[in-house]
Write a protein that binds this ligand. Structure first.
Ligand SMILES: [Zn+2]
Length: 342
């Protein structure tokens, strides 16, 4: 299959992460890009993304948030002591929602946690990562399916906020691009198989009846993102009934993962969308350093075969999956099985 990437991915390389009260190595490292690119380059036609402009990003994200991401680094002089990255320890709560003007307050307004520091190259990395998603969406319509190596990932980013290592919602951007290219009235489904609930994606499309969002993930009752991802969250307003969460008990493996994918595919078939986005996190792996499920490498291949069987134009968008020996094997197995099933 055709695969897209951007060397700009490495322009954002956070090194520290505040976890359970301690400063640890940041899990979402730029090395992920080289490792995933090597895995996909072995058997697939890889090319650098084109620049499709800001419009596909504006189709998903608020103008004020985009401006904040773009300008934050150039405003770092407002924060004495900032050297390599901008972070806040203050965050707005649902009952405190006035947007401040000062930089420190703005950071807390537009971020959910301390995992998304803004560095000199952050905007360049997330902008071009979003372009990768657009290229994958276009190629999915031309060829039937395609892969986008998006890094940083995107599915925890809301329309107006970063969080969970994510800045721009690449899967959401791919979904809106597929709709725009298909024309008026087109419907898209997003199937998120990352081990973490796709809370940003759910939030963006929660009231949208034209984008069915489904997430399979480890039970958030004691796992990130904690505050969303529950089975009773079904969408709202015109989008009521168009969000499906399939949380799994921690420690479950291939059988439970595949059963949930089966349930998701039945729901997708019932909705008869024109195209599919797979939010392809690989951190459900049994070897993932921050995972909570036990999916094997053959288990990822089987998942790909099942999803390919839906027969829809499909954009595979990279989400999570962290540094471990199994990471490139899981990506290679998934893509190869998807190709073989088509
Ligand atoms: Zn994840």
């Amino acid at each position: 299959m055709r695969a897209f990437h951007t060397p700009a991915s490495t322009d954002h390389d956070p090194d520290r992460y505040f976890r359970r009260g301690a400063i640890v190595d940041h899990p979402e490292q730029a090395d992920r890009y080289a490792i995933l690119l090597r895995a996909v380059s072995a058997k697939h036609a890889v090319s650098e993304t084109a620049d499709h402009g800001i419009a596909p990003i504006e189709a998903v994200h608020d103008a004020g948030y985009i401006a904040f991401l773009r300008e934050a680094w150039s405003r770092r002089a407002e924060l004495p002591g900032v050297d390599e990255e901008i972070l806040s320890g203050h965050f707005s709560r649902p009952h405190m929602h006035t947007r401040p003007t000062g930089m420190l307050g703005l950071i807390g307004y537009h971020t959910a946690d301390t995992s998304t520091p803004i560095r000199a190259g952050t905007w360049n990395a997330v902008y071009h990562s979003a372009q990768v998603a657009v290229s994958a969406a276009d190629a999915a319509l031309a060829d039937g399916h395609a892969y986008g190596l998006c890094r940083p990932p995107g599915h925890h980013a809301y329309a107006d906020s970063a969080g969970g290592f994510c800045f721009l919602n690449n899967s959401g951007i791919a979904a809106r691009r597929l709709q725009a290219q298909k024309g008026d009235g087109a419907r898209v489904a997003i199937l998120d198989i990352d081990v973490h609930h796709g809370n940003g994606t759910q939030g963006i499309f929660y009231e949208a009846p034209d984008v069915l969002t489904i997430s399979i993930h480890a039970d958030p009752a004691d796992y990130f993102p904690y505050y969303a991802g529950y089975a009773e969250e079904r969408g709202a307003g015109a989008g009521a009934g168009f969000n499906l969460n399939l949380p799994l008990a921690h420690g479950q493996g291939d059988d439970a993962f595949h059963a949930a994918i089966g349930t998701a595919l039945e729901r997708i078939a019932g909705d008869a969308p024109d195209a599919l986005v797979v939010a392809l996190g690989l951190d459900a792996s049994e070897h993932d350093p921050i995972g909570a499920l036990k999916v094997t490498t053959p288990g990822f291949a089987r998942a790909a075969t099942m999803i390919a069987g839906a027969g829809l134009p499909t954009a595979l968008i990279q989400e999570g999956g962290y540094l471990c020996d199994a990471l490139p094997d899981n990506l290679a197995a998934f893509l190869e099985a998807f190709d073989r099933a088509r």
